[in-house]
Design a protein around this ligand. Sequence first.
Ligand code: C5P
Length: 238
Amino acid sequence: MVLNINITASPKIIVALDFYEKKTAMKIVDILDPSIFYLKIGKEMFTILGYKFIKELNQLGFSIFLDLKFHDIPNTVFNATKAAADLGIWMLSIHASGGKKMLMSAKKAVKSFKKQAPLLIAVTALTSLKEKELHEIGVNMSLYEYILILSKLSYNCGLDGIVCPGKEAKKIKLLLGDQFKIVTPGVRLSTDNLYDQSNIITPVQAKESRIDYIVIGRSITLAKCPKKKLDVIIKSIR
Ligand code: C5P
């Protein structure tokens, strides 16, 4: 049975399908109403099931966030972005740290798709990343400063938004405005297992920060009853 609850207010929910098998993924897909929930296909499912799975989910009416986080030389990112846009996806991620030329080449790649172009969203910092780890890779600034630099770069390159950890999202939203979309993973209810995430927020905090989309994976997909879990999440932000 499809979970059919009326939520129109932000944040909208993107369910991360991080599964090894299609059969398991479809158990979650089957309880979701495509007019309410978006689906995120990441490296794991795309590597296993490829573009055909995207097409199948599209046919079921779902808008797909293809989260492959492109990070390569501009020419490769241009061609990969064009290929991804050809699949009819709704949103695509690339790494902001790939730099200005790379971001601009992704933007150029979707230009000819006009209104059908996917939203281009740049990953600032992974929500699993701790400030200490940032310093370990030679970036000697605070996590917020790092996210701010990459957010401004993405904004200036004409991207549609960023993937940004929840705690930093509020200030970025105020600074860059409502048109620039914020997508936040690392969302957990206070009673949830964190797994490998370190920078987490609750759905209610996401709403207070005016985050546009929250990405939720294991809290829902590994819950004893995913439907009940979705219900609790939705009620908390309605
Ligand atoms: O299971 P969980 O809710 O932690 O899933 C989060 C999802 O969001 C994963 O698919 C992960 O790849 C993705 N993601 C993230 N942090 C980012 C960008 C994407 O956790 N900065």
